[in-house]
Design a binder for this molecule. Structure first.
Ligand code: ADP
Length: 247
């Protein structure tokens, strides 16, 4: 359910690397419950946008407001703690651990020594692991080692490891790359469930998938937004057609 309440507001965001403007005066917002997809050719600046939002790269100028807070000068760790989850392209699950254990170690715990020493598998955590395992289609694989999962299942597990931390914004870099067709369909369904209580920012090349999931599409080219709006709007935009089909 999309609302008009904005969660993320990016204003005039720019970053230069040795004078090269990788991201140039970018502005967009993401409402609660909304999926925004960033598309664009290689080198357009898509990954850099995610790096800027999660604090991996410092902006040269501009601002990033998230849930009313200014993220622009915050450290990556604090940005994660404030509710931004990011999944990179290659799955990074713990291969030697089971699905359950992967979710368990990602469960946010109190950070005090006392809590660390006396932590037990409490009911709230077990319920949450079960709920998320069902959401990511792995509830019958909780005791299976992650190394035995398919590529798509590992991608879902990593999404689950982020969900268990309860981020308000989930950022995904090419989530369906390497997935089978049926895994892509299930990933689209998974995203529909995720946005019932959060927002999602995705980088994606698979246009069929983008068409299926995107509420808003941002088209980046050479660090700038050349088109923005519904998939219907951007795919009929002459500037987009030119970038994708050549001159
Ligand atoms: P995309 O994800 O759309 O393929 P990127 O965001 O990875 O594009 O890169 C955009 C441009 O910025 C590229 O030309 C890339 O070489 C450059 N770039 C990205 N990160 C850095 C960096 N840390 N230092 C120098 N150049 C970078």
């Amino acid at each position: 359910t999309t609302t008009n309440e904005s969660l993320l507001e990016v204003e005039g965001l720019s970053v230069s690397f040795d004078g090269f403007k990788a991201v140039d005066d970018l502005s967009f917002r993401i409402n609660r419950g909304e999926i925004r997809v960033i598309i664009g050719p290689n080198g357009a600046g898509k990954t850099t946008v995610l790096d800027l939002i999660c604090g991996r790269t410092a902006a040269t100028s501009g601002s990033i407001r998230f849930a009313g807070r200014e993220l622009t000068r915050m450290k990556e760790y604090d940005i994660v703690r404030s509710g931004v989850g990011r999944k990179f392209q290659t799955p990074s699950v713990y291969e030697d651990l089971t699905v359950f254990e992967n979710l368990e170690i990602s469960y946010p715990r109190g950070r005090g020594v006392f809590e660390a020493l006396f932590f037990r598998q409490d009911r709230a955590m077990l319920e949450r692991i079960n709920d998320i395992a069902a959401m990511i289609y792995l509830d019958d694989k909780l005791d299976q080692q992650a190394s035995g999962l398919s590529h798509g299942q590992k991608q879902w597990l990593e999404i689950g490891m982020l969900l268990i931390q309860d981020p308000a914004l989930l950022m995904l870099d090419e989530p369906v790359a390497g997935m089978t067709i049926s895994e892509r369909v299930r990933t689209a369904e998974l995203l529909q469930r995720i946005i019932q209580s959060r927002s999602v920012l995705v980088i994606e090349h698979d246009m069929g998938f983008v068409e299926k999931i995107a509420h808003q599409v941002t088209v980046l080219h050479q660090g700038r937004i050349i088109s923005d709006g519904s998939m219907e709007h951007v795919k009929n935009d002459p500037k987009v057609v030119e970038v994708y089909l050549g001159h």
